[in-house]
Write a new protein. Sequence first.
Length: 84
Amino acid sequence: MEFQLIIPCYNEEPSLEGLLVRAVEAAEQAGLTPEAFQLIMVDNGSTDDTELVLLSLMRNTDLGRWFQIVTLSENLGYGNGIWQ
């Protein structure tokens, strides 16, 4: 793995797919592959369906090759989401 980008998400259900599409497009334009670039999506204690949307995108789309999910049960702030 050459590069990992951590993206904390708190109640981002409606914007997740667009965010992932844009990130993957940018990675591909930079000549990166899923083996060299990985997004780490941190569900930072969301109270909406952020985790379910991420799981669905991971399982049902080609975007799933580009990211992994870290789920936190409680939101302890933006910095904690990145640190975890």
